[in-house]
Write a protein that binds this ligand. Structure first.
Ligand code: BGC
Length: 427
């Protein structure tokens, strides 16, 4: 049996009917939101700790006060660069973002009783994220999400060799990827929004990639508590780019046990099988009749132990799904022409929390936290074990620079990499 959270005893609703968070009016006026951001940016505020404080919905199910973005110092990166922690609040959701790696450290979301809980895995301090053992908790991944075979590719007749950091391959942009950089942050929330813009310039040759890559990632919490992640990048020389967000979700609450009883639906009739080093074979295989068929909601634990070679290679789910899209999801210079389409729905029956993921990207990496082994201690003070969180990484397909049949990840001068993913929460 999957584990269930033991620490969470939901308050009983007098009517027996869960409070619908979205019924409550959003209270913040635009002036309040803007003033809040403007006044508090650059000042020290004191949330009670990594996982506590900050959110006070006041009443269960109530979205709480105005949209705010506040900042506090949060230690230093290994090279001594100061790190900030930003707290964004809106629509009953509170998230804490580090300028180190653009990491979403915590994300507090109400359950069906209006009880807010942190639903992502993370570390209490920068040291945890800076250590080699960090499995990319909550971070922005760049320049290239997932694997590039042998860390090698050719572009316009030139050969590039990246440093290897995952056996024979390069993973998530190399050993010093965007997850290990300190980003410049500024609040940019418009009317009724709490939003943070993160900027990073990656010089030509960074981790072996050609071209200076100028990258902006924006986190935006709207009045409904939906989180939009927008990525934009330009280059001064031909290169390859594949950015994503690597949060590990557990909708029952961080540290509450495994995600095996979460129900997952993925809008994909195909996925990309891998070899034993988790590099795609190049095929887009039908999910029909396999444990990879999530076209209707299925509990994650239901088939994860089946005798399936692909599950054995990944030690569980660690694959890219080729999303069924109205448009082709191809970049063709810019993703801006591609629509936001529903990719996945994740539901925790116990808490009632539901997360819907929509994206402009053609692929989704579903990773079921297979390599968590009990050695990492998280924000809540407990150890993370296998399956204690899962990642849903919207992206172009792994190893695309070496797979001519996959949607292209090339970016050239004059083109704009423009990609959007929305995480909506419901109860
Ligand atoms: C990869 C996994 C990897 C994990 C953490 C996922 O995106 O597919 O193989 O272990 O990230 O690094």
């Amino acid at each position: 049996m999957p584990e269930h959270p033991t620490s969470h005893v939901p308050p009983v609703e007098p009517t027996g009917t869960p409070v619908r968070r979205r019924r409550w009016p959003f209270l913040a006026g635009p002036a309040v939101a803007l003033a809040g951001v403007g006044l508090l940016a650059g000042t020290l505020v004191s949330p009670a700790g990594a996982t506590g404080g900050g959110t006070d919905p006041g009443h269960p199910g109530h979205p709480g006060g105005p949209a705010t973005a506040t900042v506090e110092p949060f230690g230093t990166a290994p090279d001594g660069t100061p790190v900030e922690r930003w707290t964004l609040t809106n629509g009953g959701v509170t998230m804490r973002v580090l300028t180190y790696g653009g990491i979403i450290q915590t994300l507090e979301v109400p359950d069906r009783w209006g009880q807010a809980e942190n639903v992502v895995l993370g570390f209490p301090d920068v040291a945890g994220y800076a250590a080699d053992t960090d499995p990319y908790f909550g971070s922005i991944i760049g320049r290239y999400g997932n694997r590039i075979a042998a860390g090698a590719f050719e572009l316009d007749g030139a050969s590039y060799q990246l440093p290897l950091n995952d056996g024979p391959n390069t993973l998530h942009g190399g050993p010093e990827g965007f997850d290990d950089r300190v980003w410049a942050a500024k609040p940019v929330g418009g009317e009724g929004e709490a939003a943070l813009q993160l900027d990073l310039v990656s010089p030509a040759g960074d981790q072996g990639f050609p071209g200076t890559l100028t990258t902006t990632v924006t986190y935006r919490l709207d009045a409904e508590g939906a989180l939009t992640v927008h990525y934009r990048a330009t280059t001064d020389a031909p290169t390859v780019v594949n950015l994503t967000q690597h949060s590990y979700f557990n909708l029952a609450g961080e540290g509450s046990g495994t995600i095996y009883d979460h129900e997952l639906q993925i809008a994909a009739s195909g996925y990309t099988p891998v070899d034993e080093t988790l590099i795609p074979t190049g095929e887009v295989a039908p999910v029909e009749g396999t444990p990879f068929d999530f076209r209707t909601p299925v509990a994650i634990g239901e088939r994860i132990r089946q005798a399936d070679q692909q599950l054995l290679y990944g030690q569980g789910y660690d694959h890219n799904w080729a999303l069924d899209r109205e448009d082709d999801g191809d970049r063709e210079g810019s993703d801006a022409e591609d629509g936001l389409e529903k990719a996945a729905v994740l539901h925790d029956p116990d808490s009632g929390r539901t997360m819907t993921v929509s994206t402009t990207e053609p692929g989704l990496q579903f990773y079921s936290g297979n390599f968590l082994d009990g050695t990492l201690v998280g924000t809540g003070g407990g150890a993370y074990r296998q399956g204690d969180g899962l990642a849903l990484e919207t992206q172009h397909f792994p190893d695309s620079p070496n797979q001519p049949e996959f949607p292209s990840t090339e970016l050239r001068p004059g083109e704009v990499y423009d990609s959007t993913t929305v995480f909506e929460f419901d109860d």
